[in-house]
Design a protein around this ligand. Structure first.
Ligand code: PMP
Length: 475
């Protein structure tokens, strides 16, 4: 039994009076956090975020922080959008829950399906809803395998993915992902999921990319798929899954040669192409979908996050006509579904979110204004003494840190240079994420030019401080 009295709704007023320290103690005692070393966290004390407005959040100490990661790449319309709040409230009053099983639907679920068909490439006319990106990727595996069963090729079970990909955290989604640390815990990947290398020129600079231009390397990296297919036997390979731009892996923008070659290889072997657009969907890259930015045509497309700007959980799979037709016309019952598939409140919020995206012209704004402006403002950092390269695509960008840019010598891993930089960011009021020694941003799509200036100024300041700390420590 805890010594602390249980919290009830009536205590909310009292809770707002709690000190940061009290929150930290309660948190350390009871909350297990995602992707967290709990001993290290307890020693430091958790950061408590209490409110948000526009592109900013505030912590329990009253510090204003520019959220250059949109929460977890999701709060695309920014915090505090009244239209989304009103949609949720109204739907909660009208019908807080009903399911889409057993030959029923709710108006928000069907209306959102209709709307998604209008904002996705024309061959996407059907959607399957889930509660998250991970669940949607589980659905992809089930859909791909069901499709090949119905096509009379049940041996086409293998799904090819990439190292350092992130596709979620369930057993199946983590297997699809290519994160070695995740695979090491829990006996992953599950059978029939295999991985090829990523189109990450910098990471391969001393290996497969040595002596190659980015574009030459893009072809090499795409042909790893062809080699893998040849090794397994094309008759056993069902699908290839990838993010248009690897997000959690470090905002790895592929060379321009990569995606056309991947499309050619999938077409040649009849393999389903799955585009995981959980981060890149809904305007992040300057088009509605990353596959449009990179010019390929997926059969299945995963979405989540930006569909509701993270206000409530929702995910799903856009099912292209090739798969949908077979599933509908020949499939009978598809033995798959989630309690929250098509949750009416989530769907109502998504509809309001799409309204905001369209009314504010956010996709076009990222493509024509804020995306190019971010690239332009980041470009001078290329000359910073600890910056090796900068990549960006729409409103997602990476700054690759490096000990000595002229020789491309990396910082020693044990110095955790990314985490050092991340701490300097936080201290000066900026959320920027560290992926190893790569610093990444993906701000809300509503960010203004003035706020981009503010963000880049804080990034430069954090880089200067990181540089000073590294030199002082002799790293
Ligand atoms: N796919 C990609 C590309 C993602 O970035 C993420 C989450 N970061 C997921 C899937 C998993 O989504 P969720 O956390 O909603 O399960």
């Amino acid at each position: 039994m805890s010594a602390r009295p249980a919290v009830t709704n009536q205590d909310l007023q009292a809770l707002s009076q709690r000190s940061t320290r009290e929150w930290q103690d309660a948190d350390a005692a009871h909350l297990l956090h995602p992707f967290t070393d709990h001993q290290a966290l307890a020693a430091r004390g958790v950061r408590v975020i209490t409110r948000g407005e526009g592109v900013y959040v505030w912590d329990s100490e009253g510090q204003r922080i520019l959220d250059a990661m949109s929460g977890l790449w999701c709060v695309n319309v920014g915090y505090g959008q009244e239209a989304l709040i009103a949609a949720a409230t109204q739907q909660l009053r009208t019908l807080p829950y009903y399911n889409a099983f057993f030959q029923t639907t709710t108006p928000p679920a069907t209306a959102l399906a209709e709307r998604l068909a209008a904002v996705t490439p024309a061959h996407f006319q059907h959607v399957f809803f889930s509660g998250s990106g991970s669940e949607a990727n589980d659905t992809n595996i089930r859909l791909a395998r069901r499709y090949w069963d119905l096509m009379g090729e049940p041996e086409r079970k293998v799904i090819v993915s990439r190292t350092n990909a992130y596709h979620g955290s369930t057993m199946a989604a983590a297997s699809l992902g290519g994160m070695a640390a995740m695979h090491a815990q829990g006996g992953l990947p599950i059978p029939d999921i295999v991985h090829i290398g990523q189109p990450h020129w910098w990471a391969h600079r001393e290996g497969a990319a040595k002596g190659l231009t980015r574009e030459e390397f893009g072809l090499v990296a795409a042909r790893w798929l062809e080699e893998k297919i040849a090794g397994i036997g094309p008759q056993k390979v069902g699908a290839f899954i990838a993010e248009p731009v690897q997000g959690a892996g470090g905002v790895i923008v592929p060379p321009s040669t990569y995606w056309p070659e991947i499309q050619r290889i999938c077409d040649r072997h009849g393999i389903l192409l799955i585009s995981d657009e959980v981060i890149t969907g809904f305007g992040r890259t300057g088009r509605w979908w990353g596959c449009e930015t990179f010019g390929y045509k997926p059969d299945l497309m995963t979405f989540a996050k930006g569909i509701t700007s993270g206000y409530v959980p929702l995910g799903g799979v856009m099912v292209g006509e090739r798969v949908a037709r077979v599933l509908i016309e020949r499939g009978g019952e598809f033995e798959h579904g989630y309690t929250y598939s098509g949750h009416p409140v989530a769907c109502a919020v998504a509809l309001a979110n799409l309204d905001v995206i369209e009314q504010q012209g956010l996709v076009q704004r990222v493509r024509e204004d804020t995306g190019p402006y971010l690239a332009q403002q980041l470009a001078p950092l290329q000359d910073h003494p600890i910056v090796a390269e900068i990549q960006s695509c729409g409103l997602m960008a990476a700054v690759q840190l490096c000990r000595h840019p002229p020789t491309r010598e990396a910082f020693a891993v044990e110095h955790g240079i990314g985490m050092v930089c991340r701490k300097h960011c936080f201290d000066s009021g900026l959320v920027m994420r560290a992926v190893g020694d790569r610093m990444i941003v993906a701000p809300p799509l509503v960010i203004t030019r003035a706020q981009i200036d503010e963000m880049v100024g804080l990034v430069r300041q954090a880089l200067d401080r990181t540089h000073a700390e590294a030199r002082a420590a002799g790293w």
